[in-house]
Ligand binder design. Sequence first.
Ligand code: NAD
Length: 503
Amino acid sequence: MPEPHVPGGLPEAIRHYIGGEFTDSLSGKTFDVLDPVSNEVYVTAAAGQAEDVDRAVAATREPFTGGPWPGLPPRARARVLNRIADAVEAQDARLAELETFDTGLPITQALGQAHRAAENFRFFADLIVAQSDDTYRVPGRQLNYVHRKPVGVAGLITPWNTPFMLESWKLAPALAAGCTVVLKPAEFTPLSAGLWAGIFAEAGLPDGVFNLVHGFGEEAGDALVRHPDVPLISFTGESATGQTIFRNCAAGLKGMSMELGGKSPAIVFADADLDAALDSTVFGVFSLNGERCTAGSRILVERAVYDEFCERFAARACAIVVGDQRAPATEVGALVHPEHHAKVMRYVELGRSEGRLLAGGGRPPGLDTGNYVAPTVFADVAPDARIFQEEIFGPVVALTPFDSEDEALALANDVRYGLAAYVWTSNLERAHTFAQSVEAGMVWLNSHNVRDLRTPFGGIKASGLGQEGGYRSLDFYTHQQAIHVSLGPVRTPRFGAVRKGQS
Ligand code: NAD
């Protein structure tokens, strides 16, 4: 059993950050935060209510309407963003330590996420400096140009699976675009979000531009979504929550970006490089403890290589190092919270009647407490099985055989989600044809999830609404105002110019 370990220097309480100061909820309400190994309460966090969200929005309205941030030249904002990236990199080890402790992510993967968070800021710093906008000329008559303006106070709502990195994925473009923000992080994992306050202040972000309100989704999150002075919401989380937020945004006709759940297929054809496909599919579903939106959690394998693939996949799953997430060799750590652990375990139990268990199936040996789940592999899973259809968000995978390309495509598309897909084949034509037909926002051919930050990110069907990534993120956080300038004499129909009695 891993020894319970509490990092030194933790805050005595997790508090909101409003208008440049840490503060409790006005009501004094708090909630308990557990660590995923001992499942004991290690800290309490401020439980934000509507009045705390009101305070945060008021604190960030002034910097938006009267402060320097939205109007700074891109280069000046980029300098701040680069200093933020520097600060994140400088404290990567501390960040990874806190994130590992709070989420259960293995330390090496948490460190990778910290670096990615820094990269998000660097990337958007570069982008706003390089950005140009459209100009259209009608010779001799008109010049038309796009004037880009930040939309306003952005409401950012994030999940617990890679909290700091996913927060950076919203904070970086929102701030780059000149918005001011209120962030509502996930209640399971509020620890690392407080670090932003110090990082931003040190980097020179004016007070009030960034605000943080902790709390439950139904309270703090809901109040942010409904707030009349918050014109846009960027949300990442479950599809069901996305539907609720969509409904609640309707009254205010708000801009929305939704990154939601997934049940992504990895399709392995018999002509694929099976060694590479094995490495990538094992990593694709078990990295980040399987708590990964783009996890390849359904693996469809052509029948000619199905038995061999199942056997080799199961052997690899059995050999995965599960345990103390602080150990560099650990590949799968504890799941985030006992409630989530119980949910994943229910699917594992269900899987015993819906598939053939090849690996895992419960707690790993020797890990009797903490939220551990052994990497679990079910084979021969039918497409109508719940473990084929529903997002489990843990280290559990369903393997299913197919006989033809058409069948593979039908199986791949036969779920409500459409986030990612991974295709393994050495047939170039098939790779592209399949990729273009599969119902997924993002497709990787002969690769696991390696992202170029310039590309669109987002899902279709129940996996999301709108796409971010590169300039698309800046489009989301800005209005593109069209300005039309007349060149030369204006040609206007002369209503009322003809006097009565004159023809
Ligand atoms: P969740 O939907 O339960 O919560 C996400 C956030 O929404 C939390 O901050 C929560 O407090 C808040 N929230 C909950 N109810 C709300 C409401 N009524 N109004 C406003 N805010 C509310 O999701 P989770 O369990 O934290 O995260 C896991 C889910 O996130 C999975 O489905 C996963 O696939 C998805 N996810 C998607 C992506 C992506 O990019 N597509 C990335 C990571 C995670």
